[in-house]
Design a protein around this ligand. Structure first.
Ligand code: URA
Length: 207
């Protein structure tokens, strides 16, 4: 699929399988999701723009590079929180925004109940974080909130994506990069991903 990168690294796939396994309890789920998030973001940031700079080592001047733009991580509440800590360890200078979205049970529409983002996102690399890309409703709503703040460099990291969700996101948000560990089979009638891993928020927080 266009501009969707499936990260096939064996460590990512190994961890994905542990997360799918219904025997994996909340404590282990939290740890493994956090581990896999860092591995995925390592791949997802490979194309970050950088600029050449010169630094002086204790020995002599040398050429190096630095990231061209500031980074903001935007987990979608609540399950995006499960991927945040390890990504922050990888990019400790990143800022963190939050988007809270609730899915209406009957219509499956996403409505926003919380938003905290830098005012002007034009010069930021934005990483939108959500373990599950299901119907695409949350991703589209989040993308629109980011676009309202001027974001131009958005990429999204989803542990698992449904083909229907990817289609919907492409239809409404264009071709921004999506990184996932798996494009699963399909959604069920309730908007859950098959085979998926169940409700990521419930698995994480043990509700
Ligand atoms: N959200 C989840 O947590 N799981 C799904 O399968 C779909 C949406």
């Amino acid at each position: 699929m266009k501009n969707v990168t499936v990260i096939t690294h064996p460590l990512v796939q190994h961890n994905l399988t542990r997360l799918r396994d219904e025997r994996t309890g909340a404590q282990e789920f939290r740890r493994v999701l956090s581990e896999v998030a860092a591995l995925m973001v390592y791949e997802a940031t490979r194309s970050f723009a950088s600029k050449p700079i010169t630094v002086k080592t204790p020995m002599q001047k040398t050429r190096g590079c630095q990231l061209r733009r500031e980074v903001v991580l935007v987990p979608i509440l609540r399950s995006g929180l499960g991927m945040l800590d390890s990504i922050l360890q990888l990019i400790p200078h990143a800022r963190v925004g939050f988007i809270g979205l609730k899915r209406e049970e009957t219509t499956l529409q996403a409505t926003s109940y919380h938003k905290s983002l830098p005012e002007d996102l034009r010069n930021f690399e934005v990483i939108l974080i959500d373990p599950m890309l299901a119907t695409g409703g949350s991703a589209i709503a989040a993308f629109n909130l980011l676009a309202e703040r001027g974001a131009k460099h958005i990429r999204m990291v989803n542990l698992i994506a449904a083909p229907e969700g990817i289609e919907k996101v492409r239809e409404h948000c264009g071709n921004f990069p999506i990184f996932t560990a798996s494009i699963d089979r399909r959604l069920n009638k309730k908007g859950y991903i098959l085979p998926g891993l169940g409700d990521a928020g419930d698995r994480l927080f043990g509700v």
